[in-house]
Design a protein around this ligand. Sequence first.
Ligand code: E4P
Length: 217
Amino acid sequence: MQYLIDDANLDKIKEVASYFPVEGVTTNPSIIAANGENVFERIKKIREIIGPDKYIHAQVLQNTCEGMLEDAKKLKAAAGENFYVKIPITKEGLKAMTALKKEGYNVTATAIFSVQQALISAKAGADFVAPYVNRLDNFTADGINVVAEIVSIFEEYGIDSQVIGASFKTTQQVHNAALVGAHAVTLNSDLFAQLITHPLTTKAIDEFEQKGSEFYK
Ligand code: E4P
């Protein structure tokens, strides 16, 4: 399963990428706005931090097909290789996904809340679909079940598109996404440290240090 950082804060990206084997970074317009810098400038800085081999998924803002193609071109120019353009699932978004695939872009369909939205986006050419787990959970709509059904319907029809679970708030949600076969997850920076932390690990390491200290000199 791929792990990506759902953030545009440069210090946080640097910190997480320094120890966690992440595959890249995802952003959306709200995340960019929270960091207060022009999106194209911020994407260039993120690329400098993570290097050329990691993935950047960055989202368009305009809501017409033509506008999305325009945004996609500028985002790709900023991000370079290993770039996925994130397109929300709408009528115009589907037109844009089809057009961008024809032009050779990698596409991530975003703001996915139902299995049909995922299936149709995949038919339009999306390489990844991004269901929003926690936002579904907040509607008592079982986000993980939506992820599981998308994974299984893609397998059923032999569809190559992959599922990138998004909008996580707890490590249990991340774990459940892994259990149902999500191909990737994108997580806010704070969840990474929580995923690798366990009080028994801390206790075990404390014991090693106390008992072994005299014998490692
Ligand atoms: C995914 O594409 C979105 O950027 C994101 O995961 C949404 O997360 P939120 O529900 O915490 O805003």
